[in-house]
Write a protein of this length. Sequence first.
Length: 338
Amino acid sequence: MPRCLVFALSLLCLALIGACGPAPTPPRIAPPVALVASATSPPATSTLPPGPTAQSPTVTPIAQPGKTPTSGVEPPRVGVQVGHWKLKELPEELAKIRGDSGAYYRGYDEWEINIEIATRLQRRLEAAGVIVDLLPATIPVAYQADAFISIHCDGVGGELAAKRRGWKAATPFRASPAAEALLEAVEDSYGRVTGLPRDTRGASFDMRAYYAFASYRHQHAIAPTTPAIIVETGFMTHPADRALLFDTPDLVAQGIAEGLLAFLSTRGAATIQPLALPTLRVAAGVTLFERPSRSAGVVRKLAASEPLVTLSQTDGWYLVTTRAGWDIGWVSAQDVET
């Protein structure tokens, strides 16, 4: 039987069975149902007990990246990153974010929830014939796959903890049509399957500038031609969201898996080439602003001929990043040459 038919039948069967901020540190409480179960007598659907002393799951060996993602004839490959997992092992070029442990709720770090979701997502995808690379914080250099998804959950403190909720997802800046199609597919499935509302504030700037997307800044990042999204699955600090994330991570995984499989079923329908934007040159003293306005806050003054990477453009302004550092901001089109 052709591999493409096997994959299609697996997708049908699966359908039938069907970026994060730290919060204050309150005292530890009893773990939620799903985490208790996995820490005592793991069910058939669990592969590891999360927690500071838990053993790490085995990461799928990763083939050396080729020149392009896999063709539609071969089994699709998907990279599933567990947000904030193994942060201390990040390479020197990413040493600045080794301390960014993400959201927190009463004794549970974000990565512990992310890994519960990611391992369940891995099983669902593999059952449908997909090759899955379960990835930690460190991304292989120029990682290539048919799709890449980074799993996260949110958290806030204070009075907002009882109010801020919902999920959101985003593509990188300069996203390819294939990445946009991946985003659309997962956005269509996630809310429908989980019943969670969208975060009313939408995807953040930092999500689109996520380090794993930034091949223009880091070596340990996905290749620009790998369709990618980052998903904030909900707020672990909100009671309703937390009940879903902690107690029913398999439902969360299903919401993501259905969208991913729908996207993979149309491989090759959209180009994987990222959006082309101009290379910019600036004179000494040009201002990098926080927002596309001369009245906005100043990030810093740019040096003469400082190399800039264009991420986006709108109404006479360019969103840029510097190749040599972490600065991102806006420059006026009047102040640059293309």
